[in-house]
Design a protein around this ligand. Structure first.
Ligand SMILES: [Zn+2]
Length: 383
């Protein structure tokens, strides 16, 4: 099945960085590394020694990057050659280069997770339609500085969220429950949240976790009324590796989502819970309010992408799967995410058709849904 011309919505991406127009080969590979640095705290965050930098060229995803860029550029498939050609093109116009990549992969819209103002260069560099998310953490922190009580904080926060969606057209909320408190944290009562307020203001970690979980509950409720989804990182969260990462298993959300008051709160599981991908798919099967965002997996686990896609198609309703990249900094990440997603989908769906598990026309429809239509429906985009 040739999916080249199918449009894509990238459901989870971050701003591009104008300063990344020129990248030496290992720095280009570095864009696809999400582990910790090996240098001490006196070096920049995530800094790598020369030996570890050299390792990056051997990441599976970097092999895929090289293979795909070389065929796009019609050049030798090695990291140095593709980096040289990329830099030659970006030197003319980084924005035009991003535009070319997005057109090549068919990306027509992007849901962006960022606190930058709309007119920031990093957002303006993203080609085509940009949809924004209200960020829960920074909004809480802004209120925490000013408010005198939990009730105050909550009122200010909910006002800001309401305004972002109704007035500014934001399409959802981004939250970090897994990183801040763990997905298994119980939903606090109002008295518990109120009691945690003073200590949270003094930076007490446990009190802040209680406050965050309480605001998360209120966010789920308001978003029902606003008819927008709440995005949550599940599984690997990118590069932070701090906080209770073992508590990012999507199954831990079951105690939240089975509560009657949250039954119709739309929740998007970002990064599809990797490596707990079966759990993410089962959560969408079990809970009618759960969508699975297959980002990070595409492109980061490219050499396993076909098996991962098979795991999602196995159990989740196919109407609630979406593609994302988790891209940031350089447009190659989102581009490669869409390319890898198309490769994975066409392999899995072709197999299903060949084995007699699905009709050909249905398989094509499913590809269109996962790449674009499910997200377009969730965000109520006009045709
Ligand atoms: Zn992410």
């Amino acid at each position: 099945m040739d999916l080249t011309q199918f449009p894509v919505i990238d459901n989870h991406c971050h701003p591009l960085i104008p300063g990344k127009a020129q990248l030496d080969p290992l720095s280009l590979a570095r864009e696809f590394y999400h582990g910790l640095g090996d240098l001490d705290d006196s070096s920049p965050k995530g800094a790598l020694s020369a030996a570890r930098m050299a390792d990056l060229a051997s990441l599976g995803v970097v092999h895929t990057l090289v293979r795909q860029l070389a065929s796009l550029f019609d050049c030798t498939p090695d990291l140095a050659a593709v980096a040289i050609e990329r830099n030659r093109r970006t030197a003319d116009d980084f924005g035009a280069y991003a535009e070319m990549l997005y057109a090549n992969a068919g990306i027509v819209g992007t849901v962006v997770d960022s606190d930058l103002p709309d007119e920031a260069p990093g957002l303006e560099l993203i080609p085509r339609q940009v949809m924004r998310l209200f960020q829960m953490g920074p909004a809480i922190d802004a209120q925490l500085g000013e408010a005198n009580s939990y009730e105050d904080l909550l009122a200010g926060y909910l006002d800001a969220l309401d305004q972002a969606v109704r007035v500014d057209g934001y399409v959802g909320v981004k939250s970090h429950l897994a990183e801040v408190a763990g997905l298994g944290v119980p939903a606090p009562s109002l008295p518990e949240a109120a009691a945690a307020f003073d200590a949270a203001k003094r930076d007490d970690v446990t009190a802040y976790q209680t406050l965050y979980a309480a605001v998360f509950a209120a966010t789920l409720s308001l978003c029902q009324e606003l008819d927008v989804p709440v995005h949550l990182h599940t599984g690997i969260t990118g590069g932070t590796w701090k906080g209770p990462i073992g508590n990012a298993d999507p199954f831990l959300l079951a105690s939240w989502l089975s509560r009657p008051e949250f039954r119709s709160s739309q929740v998007v599981l970002l990064h599809a819970g990797y490596p707990w991908i079966e759990q993410a798919s089962m959560m969408a099967h079990a809970f009618p309010q759960v969508w699975v965002d297959i980002s990070w997996i595409m492109p980061w686990t490219s050499l396993r992408a076909i098996e991962c896609m098979r795991a999602f198609l196995a159990a989740a309703p196919l109407s609630r799967l979406m593609i994302g990249s988790g891209g940031h900094g350089t447009p190659e990440v989102a581009w490669l995410g869409a390319i890898v997603a198309k490769i994975a989908l066409s392999n899995v769906l072709d197999d299903a058709v060949a084995a007699g598990l699905m009709a050909d026309a249905a398989a094509r429809r499913v590809a269109a849904m996962v790449l674009h239509d499910n997200a377009a429906q969730l965000y109520a985009l006009e045709e």
